[in-house]
Write a protein that binds this ligand. Structure first.
Ligand SMILES: *[C@@H]1O[C@H](CO)[C@@H](O)[C@H](O)[C@H]1NC(C)=O
Ligand SMILES: *[C@@H]1O[C@H](CO)[C@@H](O)[C@H](O)[C@H]1NC(C)=O
Ligand SMILES: *[C@@H]1O[C@H](CO)[C@@H](O)[C@H](O)[C@H]1NC(C)=O
Ligand SMILES: *[C@@H]1O[C@H](CO)[C@@H](O)[C@H](O)[C@H]1NC(C)=O
Ligand SMILES: *[C@@H]1O[C@H](CO)[C@@H](O)[C@H](O)[C@H]1NC(C)=O
Ligand SMILES: *[C@@H]1O[C@H](CO)[C@@H](O)[C@H](O)[C@H]1NC(C)=O
Length: 601
């Protein structure tokens, strides 16, 4: 009886708990919503609305973070970095969106008592001892593939998995939540996002590194070893002109979870100590004007209008970096009045302005062709009516029996692999293209009519509506994946029909697929189209396959796929005119691609 009475009293009084016990070895604290007291720790850093406390109690929970955020504006002034304090408070799980992972914290701290001051504060060092981030997997809930389907099969907040910090990147950073760490030997993996946050890699093991110093997303490797640097705790601002590969001075700061990512909040702003000034080189893949070396370029020119400030840079890229390909596949050409919802759908002024600028930059006098969309039906910036379009050098190639279809005419492959219209949209009324750009097919020939080839210019649905790669949904939601799969099937049906009429047909499908080669929509496309991934065919190193940067990763949204008849002598290059430069210097969010083919009959 007496023993039971003692235990009951201790529980009622809320015995002292350690920070490790509060955090536990899972994502969510078993103390959530409970009051705790006698929590002892060393103040390692302060922010404007709280401070960070590291346990001073010995414990055996090596998977649980030994540090925690104490949230409470008025408490900040009561402590100094280096104080050992005890306090009481309520354990809470906080997130600003239901799509994010929770941060465990102590709120409403009371009874703060400073036991001693000026204690030494030593950051842990990432890359030392056990503190090596995993390089491939994000979460035990991803079924081995962070890009796998079905998306959002489970949620961290629901399953609350046991942390395995040596296996899963999110678990690694979660096991350091609230901890003061130093990141040594850093370089930038990206330019900053709109908030000035930059992803970095330090002196620890990494996979997927490219020659520029970025990390390239590859099959089975989406790089959880990277971490994003958030807003400095002292209120200073990170630079906004950081570039991929920039060397950054060592950073000390706090590991936290915010806005859907594990982030490091530096004590003060990051500093770039060395920057790579080497520009992207102009391509060596140049047309010789004959059927044996015909060049093709592809470029998402990001909402191009006649008065876009980036138009002259785009023209420079096409003329001087892509060396004026004979045919250029463009995506995101807006109508003549840009993003004003005035019913205008024609883009001849946009395309004339661009082709004149290319000529002024030393390029040829390009001709152009597109099929204007029905107003407001194809998604993208409201009023802009983005569409795909071709530029072509009419001194080298021509449309075969030019006879353009309209915005609702669908391509049919006739006997002898002739098209009913040229150019023509692929099944434009299929629901696969709802609120999305319709693919534009064309049949081309050299001026003597002897050498034919087909092209399809695509711009699949975006990843909009997706969830963070480090978010609550596992695997994360890859926005639009189902629609892109349906789109891939429509385009594949067309190329398969061309190849059924002529197995030696020369076919190029290129553009912005908004998807990676190793994710379901493009796996379906390769399986059903009869085409091959040109990066594979041309032997581009897997780490150099990128045209875009998102989160920590250099990644490839833009692809070319070709038929067997074009594969043998094909060469290709991704020209990094935009991913390498600072945000302000970029002309588009995508890099262009150029390729050379033998199209001789
Ligand atoms: C925690 O403590 C606060 C302040 O003393 C009190 O208002 C609250 O009711 C307590 N909560 C629980 C769950 O005991
Ligand atoms: C994931 O599914 C859960 C449960 O159905 C839902 O509450 C949540 O909103 C979904 N998350 C996302 C990002 O779609
Ligand atoms: C600069 O970039 C070039 C091209 O990617 C690369 O080859 C070189 O190694 C980089 N230099 C440094 C110092 O990182
Ligand atoms: C470009 O023109 C559109 C409408 O024609 C206008 O809304 C926009 O402000 C202009 N942009 C610039 C940069 O002049
Ligand atoms: C654009 O097309 C309209 C209608 O066909 C024509 O009047 C106008 O001159 C064209 N503008 C340019 C720059 O080609
Ligand atoms: C496109 O042309 C077809 C005839 O080929 C016609 O029936 C249809 O109404 C036209 N669509 C539009 C949007 O002009």
């Amino acid at each position: 009886m007496k023993v039971a009475w003692v235990v009951a009293t201790l529980v009622a009084q809320c015995t002292a708990v350690t920070i490790s016990e509060i955090n536990g070895n899972r994502y969510l604290s078993t103390y959530q919503g409970k009051n705790v007291s006698g929590v002892e720790g060393l103040v390692t850093a302060k922010g404007s609305a709280g401070f960070y406390l590291r346990s001073t109690s010995p414990d055996h929970h090596h998977k649980a973070s030994k540090s925690i955020y104490v949230y409470g504006k008025s408490a900040v002034a009561q402590v100094s970095v280096g104080d050992i304090v005890t306090l009481s408070g309520e354990v809470a799980e906080y997130r600003s969106s239901s799509a994010y992972v929770y941060l465990t914290e102590i709120t409403s701290p009371t009874g703060i008592e400073v036991a001693s001051s000026d204690n030494k504060v030593t950051p842990l060092v990432i890359g030392h001892g056990r503190l090596i981030p995993p390089t491939n997997q994000f979460s035990s809930l991803d079924g081995g593939n962070v890009l796998g389907v079905p998306n959002n099969a489970s949620q961290i907040s629901h399953r609350n998995p046991i942390l395995a910090p040596s296996k899963y990147g999110m678990d690694f950073w979660e096991s350091l939540s609230g901890e003061l760490v130093t990141l040594p030997g850093l370089h930038a993996l990206t330019k900053p996002n709109q908030y000035g946050d930059t992803w970095v890699l330090g002196d620890w093991p990494a996979t997927g590194q490219n020659q520029r110093g970025g990390l390239t997303m590859r099959s089975g490797d989406s790089n959880p070893e990277a971490i994003i640097i958030g807003s400095p705790l002292d209120g200073s601002k990170n630079p906004t002109d950081t570039k991929v590969g920039d060397i950054i001075a060592d950073i000390t700061g706090i590991v936290t979870q915010a806005y859907g990512y594990y982030a490091l909040l530096p004590l003060s702003a990051l500093t770039v100590t060395e920057s790579n000034t080497t520009d992207a080189s102009p391509t060596q893949l140049v047309s010789d004007g004959s059927c044996s070396a015909l060049s093709v370029g592809s470029y998402n020119v990001e909402n191009l209008t006649p008065n876009s400030t980036h138009l002259s840079k785009i023209a420079d890229h096409i003329a001087n970096y892509l060396k004026s390909p004979n045919v250029v596949f463009l995506q995101e050409i807006q109508d003549n009045t840009g993003a004003s919802g005035d019913g205008v759908v024609a883009s001849n002024v946009t395309l004339t302005t661009l082709t004149r600028a290319i000529k002024n930059q030393g390029g040829p006098s390009y001709s152009f062709i597109d099929i204007p969309p029905i107003d407001g039906q194809d998604g993208g910036e409201p009023g802009g009516n983005i569409r795909v379009a071709y530029l072509y050098d009419a001194s080298v190639v021509q449309l075969r029996n030019a006879h353009p279809g309209n915005s609702t005419d669908a391509a049919t492959v006739l006997p002898g692999a002739e098209l009913n219209y040229n150019p023509v949209l692929l099944d434009p009324t299929n629901t696969a293209w709802d609120s999305s750009r319709k693919p534009l097919a064309a049949a081309w020939e050299t001026l003597d009519g002897q050498n034919r080839f087909f092209t399809v210019n695509v711009h699949f649905s975006s990843k909009g509506g997706g969830s963070s790669i480090q978010g609550d949904a596992r695997p994360p939601v890859n926005g639009g994946i189902g629609q892109r799969e349906a789109q891939a099937r429509v385009v594949a049906d067309f190329t398969a029909a061309v190849l059924a009429e002529d197995e030696d047909a020369k076919v190029i499908v290129s553009g912005d697929f908004n998807e990676f080669a190793f994710v379901k929509p493009l796996k379906v496309f390769v399986a059903e189209s009869g085409l091959q991934d040109l990066d594979e065919v041309a032997g581009i190193a897997k780490t150099e396959r990128y045209t875009y940067i998102y989160d920590a990763n250099c990644q490839q949204l833009d692809h070319m796929f070709v038929s067997e008849a074009l594969a043998a002598e094909a060469q290709m290059e991704h020209v990094h005119v935009n991913t390498w430069v600072s945000y302000d210097d970029a002309a588009s969010d995508h890099d262009p691609t150029v390729a050379v083919f033998n199209v001789c009959a």
